[in-house]
Design a protein around this ligand. Structure first.
Ligand SMILES: NC(=O)c1ccc[n+]([C@@H]2O[C@H](COP(=O)([O-])OP(=O)(O)OC[C@H]3O[C@@H](n4cnc5c(N)ncnc54)[C@H](O)[C@@H]3O)[C@@H](O)[C@H]2O)c1
Length: 256
């Protein structure tokens, strides 16, 4: 698919990877919809994109709300007449061990709360399900196909301290090939990305300088990824019609 003049929605795009995706796609001539649960951040990102000469508009949307996600996809059509590309990107972390024990006594001192489990599943798994479902509804109705890109993570393989996050990202990765198969008859491609450690607020907020150096030592290329390196992979999926039903790992070779 050509990016120029295509209509693109990215959830969770007021910051981090989502914002970098819109910056890259907007520069390539796509019409961009900034969408995020954080309304002030949506307004400021919209301003930045407009200042960069990108044709864009915005819609505040919490991906855990079925009606808001429905309205988001309808908004794209009201605004620009159709919907061509949707990136299901919004995601959160609520890290913690399944069980914590006191080092000295061995007594149980904590456990991952149901609240933290559910919050991550709601945004990262149910939110992706709703986003992909509503994107597909719109693309099927307009009969012109489209591209849907769910964002997973290398944590899909299972990462210590991330029961909730790993489960959500493994769930997303599992659905990508089956969605690609189900939606192929409507000329909709579905391909995902599993980023490694990328320098966004989500990752940097969790790390001090020492932790960052320790992580960089574990990454074969010796550094964190940059948001635009994930945005480049989004562009590659959109513009290469042969990519379908797979998850691209974009991680500098790190293994978890
Ligand atoms: N940064 C990394 O290293 C990394 C690695 C692997 C996967 N990912 C995934 O990439 C995606 C983007 O991550 P990021 O690093 O840019 O994170 P980020 O925290 O910088 O940005 C995420 C954005 O999602 C928004 N958001 C949160 N909950 C939402 C909701 N319910 N509805 C709508 N928007 C919501 C936030 O407001 C924020 O603007 C996430 O799915 C994340 O799991 C990131």
């Amino acid at each position: 698919m050509e990016l120029k003049d295509s209509v693109v929605v990215v959830t969770g795009s007021a910051a981090g990877l989502g914002k970098a995706m819109l910056q890259r796609m907007g520069q390539a001539g796509a019409k961009c919809i900034v969408s995020d649960v954080n309304a002030p951040a949506v307004a400021s990102t919209l301003g930045e994109l407009k200042n960069a000469g990108i044709e864009c508009s915005s819609f505040v949307c919490n991906v855990t709300s079925e009606s808001e996600v429905e309205q988001l996809c309808q908004f794209a059509v009201q605004q620009y007449g159709r919907l061509d590309v949707v990136v299901a990107n919004a995601g959160i972390l609520r890290d913690g061990l399944l069980i914590k024990t006191d080092r000295q006594t061995g007594a149980i001192s904590g456990k991952m709360s149901l609240k933290d489990w559910q919050a991550v599943i709601d945004v990262n798994l149910t939110g992706v399900f709703l986003t992909v479902r509503e994107a597909a509804c719109q693309m099927i109705s307009q009969k012109q196909g489209g591209v849907i890109i769910p964002i997973s993570s290398i944590s899909r393989h299972g990462f210590r301290g991330q029961s909730n996050y790993s489960a959500s990202k493994a769930g997303v990765a599992a659905m990508v090939p089956l969605w690609a198969e189900e939606l192929a008859r409507y000329k909709i491609r579905v391909a995902g990305i599993a980023p490694g450690f990328i320098a966004t607020e989500m990752v940097l907020a969790q790390m001090n300088e020492r932790a960052r150096e320790a992580w960089e030592a574990r990454i074969p290329i010796g550094r964190l990824g940059q948001p635009d390196e994930i945005a480049k992979s989004v562009e590659h999926i959109i513009t290469n019609d042969l990519i379908n039903g797979v998850i691209l790992e974009v991680s500098g070779g790190v293994r978890v």
